[in-house]
Design a protein. Structure first.
Length: 74
């Protein structure tokens, strides 16, 4: 059984040093290792880290589909 991640825990991981968690469609992703590789630059991920839902860009959506193993159960 996997552990659930609360929104409070996501807020605690709002920077790359802390894991840079983001929520998309009720799933939590750690983007810490990807922040510097993001096509739009790391600033865009740092702005949404630790926050709620967002609508991903097509490029970001493709990345997420290719890297599902980074998804945290939640």
């Amino acid at each position: 059984m996997s552990a659930s991640i609360t929104s409070a825990q996501v807020k605690e991981h709002a920077s790359p040093e802390k894991g840079l968690y983001i929520i998309i469609d009720n799933s939590v992703y750690s983007m810490a290792d990807f922040a510097d590789e993001h096509p739009g630059g790391s600033k865009i991920l740092k702005r949404v880290g630790g926050k709620g839902k967002l609508i991903p860009s097509l490029t970001f959506l493709i990345f997420l589909l290719q890297h599902r193993d980074r998804q945290q159960e939640g």
